[in-house]
Design a protein around this ligand. Structure first.
Ligand SMILES: Cc1cc2nc3c(=O)[nH]c(=O)nc-3n(C[C@H](O)[C@H](O)[C@H](O)COP(=O)(O)OP(=O)(O)OC[C@H]3O[C@@H](n4cnc5c(N)ncnc54)[C@H](O)[C@@H]3O)c2cc1C
Length: 606
């Protein structure tokens, strides 16, 4: 059916015309009604509610009322299907699910039963509404059941048609996109959150990794602390023991001792590609630089794949408050900033996969293509590759350091890491802005903070505004010319010893969290054959000397483009790039700018 067909049919006598006029009348029901959680659901949904951050769009946008002409435009992207009561339109585990537009009849969306909770209705969608949420864009498998409650007719809009809608119809795409985001927010607070239940202990590194992944992916899920009554009840009803933690309970599956990678695999968020066509650009690393490259690449029509070994957000997602990002005078959290960028990249059609680690890049082109190898053995062939793998935080060479990583030692200070130490004494190591921000954040949550700085003066590397706030804060004690020299604890860090180099004293003190910010190394251990500086950061364009440029360049007859490395068609941006500013704004600027060079490099291939 064409758009014209739909429009003329709508103009003649649309089957839902009886309800059509209601769309413009205030006070009448919206086409999607959300169920409110009950009993056990209510308890758990309220448990989830306290953990939420501010929604990106108002949840009232979840059930838009489309006018006749807009609704007809939406129908035109789908294909019609007659429905009967009881028909199943999608079920948990389905891949590549369609957006379903209800022209006549009613569809209900149900969270099916799991090992510990009975099924419950999440929403009902009447004529004039559409069924779907953000997983239509992220590629996550369906986790709910869609069933026809009252027969009629629906239009199925498959993923590629939805992408066309997003690209071609600004008015409609704004409404649909906002609804998908708002639904994700709403579902997270509803009984739907029970479809992925994560249980573990607050003080386990494996559980923290799982929760960090779930939070950064904005997964619909509910977290249970195994040490609480609700956690124990959930474990009992699912037949889980302490040895099984961390675990995930979902419809038809209970995953024990689960890693983020296994959860991603189960949810369909690992890398998979249906098209056999090579990718235009693969971006490795989804921090600010990679995300900016993905937004610009996808929005400018490049077939774009973005991978990250951990989850989206990069180091920026570890920042509780970024105050120097252009245009945000009151600051914003790194998770908020990068979460918005993820949505933007998805909207423009970029394919995101995580956790998904690149382990090798073949620098000899195979024809026009560069081959990237992933940890699971998959390969991606693409015309250009952007390396945006940033930098990794350094650790201290102390005995038991690896034992306490994630169990008292952290390289980030966000809500997730700080929760276990609220109000308890903590130690922050480092003399740059990231350490200063972390110290203020933790002190603001009621902790007594020892800020341990090796140098003689805190003002050497830190911005003046942070220094002033730290020195004035009653719960922060700044310890210059000092080092952490010993760690103690059983399964979890409980005490650190601080050596004062001026007084030549050692003091042991309680510590429920050690937050380490002592500089970074480039995340390039997976790369060979790409020119870098002595410090390992990747050199590009004007930083490359004649010796760095092999015979491939002579054949091309050109010099490297801005951000192009010593390998043609491979670009490096952000913190991994030699001489980069190590700031969010600089990383996003480089990621966006590199896309102009990617276009030129691809054009030169054909
Ligand atoms: C706590 C903290 C606070 C900060 N505060 C500020 C601030 O207030 N203002 C400011 O401007 N800057 C701040 N920064 C610095 C800023 O976050 C970084 O400069 C910025 O994130 C760099 O972006 P990037 O995309 O280059 O790299 P990163 O953010 O480091 O992202 C790199 C990504 O690549 C992924 N990756 C690495 N190797 C692989 C691989 N082999 N395969 C797949 N993926 C891989 C990583 O998982 C990571 O997600 C802060 C940093 C921290 C840690």
């Amino acid at each position: 059916m064409t758009a014209m067909d739909s429009l003329s049919r709508a103009a003649a006598a649309p089957p839902w015309a009886g309800r059509g006029s209601m769309f413009s009348q205030p006070g009448l029901a919206r086409p999607v009604a959300w169920a409110s959680p009950r009993d056990l659901d209510q308890l758990r949904a309220s448990h989830a509610r306290g953990r939420q951050r501010r929604p990106l769009v108002p949840t009232s946008e979840a059930s838009p009322r489309l006018g006749e002409e807009l609704f007809a435009r939406l129908l035109a992207y789908g294909t019609p299907h007659e429905t009967h009561r009881g028909d199943v339109l999608f079920r948990p585990g389905d891949e590549d699910v369609d957006l379903i537009v209800v022209e006549r009849g009613t569809v209900e969306v149900v969270r099916t039963e799991t090992a510990d909770v009975p099924a419950a209705t999440v929403a009902t969608v009447d004529a004039g509404g559409f069924v779907g949420e953000l997983n239509l864009l992220t590629g996550q498998n369906t986790y709910l059941l869609g069933r026809v409650r009252q027969g009629g007719r629906v239009y199925r809009v498959p993923p590629e048609r939805l992408r066309q809608l997003m690209a071609n119809d600004v008015e409609l795409s704004d409404i649909v996109f906002k609804a998908l985001i708002a639904r994700r927010e709403l579902l997270q607070r509803s009984t739907a959150a029970l479809s992925v239940e994560i249980v573990g202990t607050d003080r386990s590194a494996a559980a923290l990794a799982l929760r960090t992944y779930a939070a950064r992916q904005r997964l619909i899920h509910l977290w249970f602390d195994a040490d609480t009554q609700a956690g124990r009840a959930m474990m009992d009803s699912s037949g889980l023991t302490a040895d099984d933690l961390p675990a995930v309970v979902m419809p038809g599956a209970t995953l024990k001792r689960v890693t983020p990678g296994e959860l991603a695999e189960k949810l369909g968020l690992s890398y998979r590609r249906s098209s056999t066509k090579p990718v235009d650009v693969t971006i490795v690393g989804a921090g600010p630089a990679g995300l900016a490259a993905a937004v610009y690449g996808a929005s400018e029509g490049l077939d774009t794949v973005l991978l990250d070994a951990v989850g989206t957000g990069g180091q920026a997602a570890a920042s509780s408050r970024i105050e120097n990002y252009f245009g945000f005078p009151f600051g914003l959290s790194g998770v908020d900033l990068t979460g918005r960028a993820v949505l933007q990249a998805l909207k423009f059609g970029a394919q995101l996969a995580s956790p998904c680690q690149a382990v090798r890049l073949e620098t000899d082109r195979n024809g026009d293509l560069l081959r990237l190898h992933l940890q699971g053995g998959e390969v991606i062939d693409s015309k250009a590759v952007v390396i945006a793998t940033g930098a990794r935080y350094r650790a201290l060479p102390l005995e038991r350091w690896p034992d306490f990583e994630g169990a008292g030692i952290y390289y980030a200070a966000t809500e997730l890491e700080a929760r276990g130490c609220t109000g308890s004494p903590v130690t922050v190591i480092g003399g740059a802005n990231s350490a200063g921000q972390a110290a203020l954040y933790l002190a603001g949550r009621g902790s007594e903070v020892s800020l341990v700085v090796r140098g003689p003066d805190i003002a050497t590397e830190m911005s003046a505004y942070l220094v002033d706030r730290l020195l004035a804060h009653p719960r922060v004690s700044v310890r210059c010319r000092s080092e952490v020299t010993r760690l103690d604890g059983a399964d979890f860090l409980t005490e650190v010893s601080i050596t004062d180099r001026t007084a030549d004293t050692v003091q042991a003190q309680p510590c429920s969290g050690l937050f380490c910010f002592i500089g970074a190394e480039p995340a390039t251990d997976w790369l060979t054959g790409i020119a870098s500086g002595d410090d390992g950061f990747i050199r590009t364009d004007v930083q490359l000397a004649g010796d760095d440029l092999g015979p491939a360049w002579a054949a091309l007859g050109r010099r490297p483009l801005p951000f192009e490395t010593s390998v043609p068609g491979v670009f490096a941006v952000g913190d991994v790039h030699s001489g980069s500013m190590k700031r969010v704004a600089a990383a996003t600027g480089e990621g966006a700018s590199a896309i102009a060079s990617v276009h030129k490099a691809i054009a030169a291939l054909t």
